[in-house]
Design a protein around this ligand. Structure first.
Ligand SMILES: Cc1ncc(COP(=O)(O)O)c(C=O)c1O
Length: 391
């Protein structure tokens, strides 16, 4: 059997995450933790910029722009199609608040969305009279397309859903969904908060119009970093709610002309937290040094290891799809008879194991990140077994 150590040297990787000496961190899906080399670079850049302002020679702005180029490359996009945001939610809102809605317009989403998607949609429903239609998720393209077709109407304007769902880590067939949507002139928006950094994401291959993610989960970058992709010809359909210095390509106080850039730049205005994005660049350096393919192979192997262990226990029920092509770094399971919050508290307080609770399914979610290893999973399984046995 392949072990995760075939791809990454666990001891070396883990040495850059000192918290792992104290806790078993199985929740990068909520908050990533920064590797020490990246954190050091980020803090130095931020300190220099904050201490010296315009006298700083750290070139934080230039480094942030380098990060933008690298994010564009990572996503398979052009740099003009990228905007920095604060988080994944922010990018989703650029689309939902940027389109002009008519009462009765329809959006299709799923029944397994994070608040990042479902809350702004419900808000639009309440304030603009749009209609939100929700379909059950499936990683199977045929099933998913059939469900979409069942709720599609001439008023459907957008499909907005997770690339990888928050609750079960199901990878939705994004490419097929986008092709289906494009065939009806329906816009597509994907929430990549649980995808970017865990699986390879190429927006051209997916064929989506918009893609929103963050730097703070699977990329292990600073909190407060988000990245947004908009296909160039669709970006211009989004009217920015906020404009200011930097976001308009053309402005004339005499004629009243005010034209946003026809690029991601239209969403960036005023003074920005450049050090955060420069710091995200340092996290990308970390992944470069490990090799992105090695990271993904490690995740595949560790994820499989965790799922096999869950499946081998009669008292546990795996809720995430087993195959990597249908899933990602998240693994959700249910322990019958155990309330998930009790289980989560017990894991944290008694064993210092950090997981995420999924109340919707009364389940526990773990993240199999590049700094986790088989020993983390063994420790979790031993603790869960004990909890189920009640001792
Ligand atoms: C699928 C999904 N979307 C969005 C978010 C929120 O991301 P952010 O905090 O970057 O807005 C999460 C966070 O858990 C998530 O799992």
């Amino acid at each position: 059997m392949t072990t995760t150590s075939d791809y990454l040297d666990s001891a070396i990787v883990r040495a850059s995450f000192p918290v792992l000496e104290e806790v078993t961190y199985l929740n990068v899906g909520t908050y990533g933790i920064m590797p020490e080399p990246a954190l050091k670079t980020f803090q130095e850049l931020q300190a220099d910029f904050e201490r010296k302002g315009v006298a700083s020679t750290a070139n934080v702005g230039a480094k942030a722009n380098e990060t933008r180029e690298r994010i564009a490359k990572l996503l398979g996009a052009s740099v003009k199609e990228i905007a920095f945001t604060r988080d994944a939610t922010d990018g989703i809102n650029l689309v939902l608040a940027g389109l002009t809605w008519q009462p009765g317009d329809e959006v299709i989403t799923t029944t397994e969305e994070h608040e990042a998607m479902i809350h702004p949609l419900l808000y639009l429903q309440a304030t603009k009279g749009i209609c939100v239609r929700r379909v059950e998720i499936s990683p199977d393209p045929d099933v998913m397309l059939r469900r979409l077709e069942e709720v599609r109407s001439p008023r459907t304007r957008l499909v907005g859903m997770s690339h990888v769902t928050c609750e079960t880590g199901t990878r939705l067939p994004a490419h097929e969904i986008c092709a289906w949507a494009a065939g009806y002139n329906i816009l597509s928006l994907f929430d990549g908060a649980q995808a970017l950094g865990a699986i390879s994401v190429n927006v051209r291959e997916i064929g989506c119009d918009f893609y929103s993610s963050n730097g703070h989960k699977w990329l292990c970058g600073p909190k407060g970093t988000g990245v947004f992709y908009g296909c160039l010809d669709k970006l211009v359909q989004l009217s920015p709610a906020h404009v200011g210095a930097g976001s308009l390509a053309w402005v004339d106080v005499n004629t009243g002309a005010a034209e946003p850039w026809a690029s991601g730049q239209r969403f960036e205005y005023g003074t920005r937290a450049w050090a955060l994005y420069a710091g995200l660049g340092a996290s990308l350096d970390w992944y470069d040094s490990l090799g992105w393919e090695n990271v993904e192979r490690h995740l595949i192997a560790l994820n499989r290891y965790a799922k096999q262990h869950i499946q081998s226990r009669k008292h546990l029920q795996l809720l995430s799809p087993f195959d990597w092509c249908d899933s990602s770094g998240l693994v959700t399971f249910k322990a019958p008879g155990n309330l998930c919050f009790e289980m989560g508290r017990m894991l944290r307080e008694q064993y210092h194991i950090h997981t995420r609770m999924i109340p919707h399914y009364n389940a526990v979610r773990i993240s199999t990140a590049h700094f986790n290893n088989e020993a983390d999973i063994d420790k979790l399984m031993a603790a869960v077994d004990k909890a189920v046995r009640g001792n």
